[in-house]
Design a protein around this ligand. Structure first.
Ligand code: MG
Length: 159
């Protein structure tokens, strides 16, 4: 059994679609990024890679690489899951927190959990996603962007 932690943050960018956990969130600006800016999936990827000590999202999908421009982060996560399987690991559970003043995420949380569970080849009961505000403190509280934190537990696949 292994545990990992991941963190990510992105600024809002007008004219882009907001995607969190692979789910499009309506009526919000998107996030500035080389990829689709899915800050939640990026934190989950770093938690998973960290648990397996397999590097980080930047070493797997460099933002200097044109291949990943506008990339669908769900596909990056699926590729990480395949790499974990190849290294003898499956996802035990994920607990993630997304922090922003707007939009409020509660009504989207179950759809995000369901989508992540499918990509991670696990059950929705193993995926927790929590939305919080920063109580108007600091840049996140001022609405500059979104940050996400995730912890992941990996279990050894039976050999
Ligand atoms: Mg990122």
């Amino acid at each position: 059994m292994r545990i990992g932690y991941g963190y990510d943050s992105h600024r809002f960018e007008q004219g882009k679609r907001l995607v969190l956990g692979g789910v499009t969130i309506p009526d919000s600006p998107g996030l500035k990024a080389h990829s689709d800016g899915d800050v939640l999936i990026h934190a989950v990827i770093d938690a998973l890679l960290g648990a397996a000590a397999l590097g980080d999202i930047g070493s797997h999908f460099p933002d200097s690489d044109e291949e990943w421009r506008g990339a669908d982060s769900a596909l990056l996560l699926a590729s990480v899951v395949r790499e974990l399987f190849a290294n003898g690991w499956k996802v035990g559970n994920i607990d993630a927190t997304v922090i922003c003043e707007k939009p409020r995420l509660r009504q989207y949380v179950d759809e995000i959990r369901d989508n992540l569970a499918e990509i991670l080849k696990t059950d929705i009961s193993c995926i927790s996603v929590k939305g919080k505000t920063n109580e108007k403190m600091d840049d996140i509280g001022a609405g500059v962007g979104i940050e996400a934190h995730a912890v992941a537990m990996l279990m050894e696949l039976p050999s």
